[in-house]
Design a protein around this ligand. Structure first.
Ligand code: HAM
Length: 439
């Protein structure tokens, strides 16, 4: 687990904000499920997976119930659907933290963030295309060029279990060539062996039966329509007949995005697929479902590798330099912030030289100087920190108007205006949520 500080924290926030806009633009509303769920919610989605059996942080709560920190968000979203039964189709996006007790290394953490979407109640393969394209376009919007999309179909419940049997028979026939770990996985879940990473296991897996020959006509037609849809909307993809994914609930369309600029072991930057039986498994009516989750931490590593979506230095509009008694600094910061101007100051006074140094370090565009002269004349000197020759003095009473003019800041909205987190920020305004410097 790691601490995230500026400028990375602003960069993360900008990424989530961008994802939120992309999802909202496609008609997805936000869902915020709890970080904790009843352990049973996760047991039902992955009883044979490492994520659930080995990596979950679970504990007995004060009332004796078994609780888990979520290792992923899909199960909680589907549990919420079963509990609240919103109108279908239910299209939601989320951003949040997950916990997996993994062997930590670069790109693989025990606490990590995901952004994602889920859609309940639609069987149409064109939705699969919409969902996959949303993720692909999001990567593009960050400037990432080296992201590869692999797609597969695991078939419906019947296809999948017939395929699983065939894979078991095949792997049993070559059991002696498999590593001990793969042999153990084979006992519990033969399909998971297809995801083995050891070269010796991969050599065996390479000759395993392919799912395509086990797909029913309906599953094959669904998959065909997904592939042709991806072609039609211009989303590059490669067929990956051995792609199984790390959770149990997948049916039919599955997909994964790999950032090829990263090391192969940790280059999955996102994945998802259909989970048409999950709502029923969690006690709801049979309901189709599909979604994806993208790993924020890994996406940012991929951005570093491709040198895109830079971290923005935190910047502010103005810094008050008060070398009198601090009263002007106290009052001006309050007035300007209320007017939508991002402004900071130094506490504890200090010489003009040292306060100007602080102003320079803050990244502010303007120093607002109040010395003895200015205080006597009830004025403020505005000195540009970007252009040495730009300096002017304005009456203290018109400082807010002058700053608004200089920065082109719109008047702040009336207090009763409903919050719209996705509305573009007022030109020139800068808050921690909407860093002014483009990322
Ligand atoms: P997942 O493949 O387990 O799928 O995780 C999705 C993404 O989360 C991965 O591709 C990776 O980028 C990131 N991730 C996973 N584990 C770690 C980790 N330990 N450290 C850093 N990043 C990590 C799911 O979670 C499914 N819920 C996706 C889904 C949504 N399927 C349908 N709907």
């Amino acid at each position: 687990m790691h601490d995230v500080m500026e400028p990375d924290s602003s960069r993360r926030r900008a990424l989530v904000q961008r994802f939120a806009v992309a999802a909202r633009t496609a008609g997805y509303g936000e869902v915020v499920p709890p970080l904790l769920e009843d352990l049973g919610v996760f047991l039902r989605v992955g009883e044979t997976t490492d994520v659930v059996t080995k990596e979950m942080y679970d504990f007995v709560d004060k009332d004796g119930s078994r609780i888990a920190l979520r290792p992923e968000i899909t199960a909680g979203v589907v549990r919420a659907f079963v509990q609240h039964r919103p109108a279908l189709p239910w299209k939601v996006w989320y951003a949040g933290t997950n916990f997996r007790h993994e062997r930590a290394q670069k790109g693989r953490y025990r606490m990590f963030d995901q952004v994602g979407v889920e859609v309940l109640g639609v069987d149409d393969p064109d939705l699969d295309v919409e969902v996959i394209a949303l993720a692909a376009r999001f990567f593009e919007s960050l400037g990432l060029c080296q992201v590869e999309l692999s797609v597969n179909s695991l078939g419906d419940h019947g296809d999948r279990s017939r395929y699983s049997d065939a894979v078991r028979v095949y792997l049993e026939s070559r059991r002696g060539e498999l590593s001990e770990a793969a042999q153990t996985t084979l006992e519990r879940n033969p399909l998971r062996v297809l995801d083995a990473k050891r070269p010796s296991d991969r050599a065996v897996v390479a000759d395993a039966p392919r799912i395509s020959t086990f797909l029913s006509d309906a599953s094959a037609a669904h998959y065909e329509r997904v592939l042709s849809g991806l072609d039609a909307v211009g989303v590059d993809h490669v067929g990956a007949p051995l792609l199984v994914r790390g959770l149990d609930y997948y049916r039919r369309t599955t997909f994964e995005f790999a950032a090829t600029a990263l090391d192969a072991a940790q280059n999955a930057v996102g994945g998802g697929g259909r989970y048409d039986g999950l709502a029923e498994d969690l006690g709801g009516p049979p309901t189709d479902g599909i979604g994806f989750a993208l790993g924020v931490d890994r996406i940012l590593l991929a951005c570093d590798a491709e040198e895109v979506f830079d971290a923005a230095e935190m910047s502010i509009d103005a810094f008050v330099v008060d070398v009198v008694d601090g009263i002007a600094a106290r009052d001006i910061t309050h007035e300007l912030r209320a007017a939508g101007v991002a402004v900071d100051r130094r506490f504890g006074g200090g010489s003009m030289k040292s306060q100007m140094k602080s102003a320079g370090r803050s990244g502010a565009r303007w120093a607002l100087i109040v010395g003895e002269d200015e205080a006597a004349d009830r004025e403020v000197t505005l000195r540009s920190l970007l252009d040495r020759d730009d300096q002017r003095r304005v009456p203290r009473s018109s400082l807010v108007a002058a700053m608004r003019d200089l920065l082109d800041v719109a008047a702040p909205p009336a207090r009763s205006t409903p919050a719209d987190p996705l509305a573009p920020p007022a030109a020139g305004s800068s808050t921690p949520d909407t860093p002014r410097t483009p990322t």
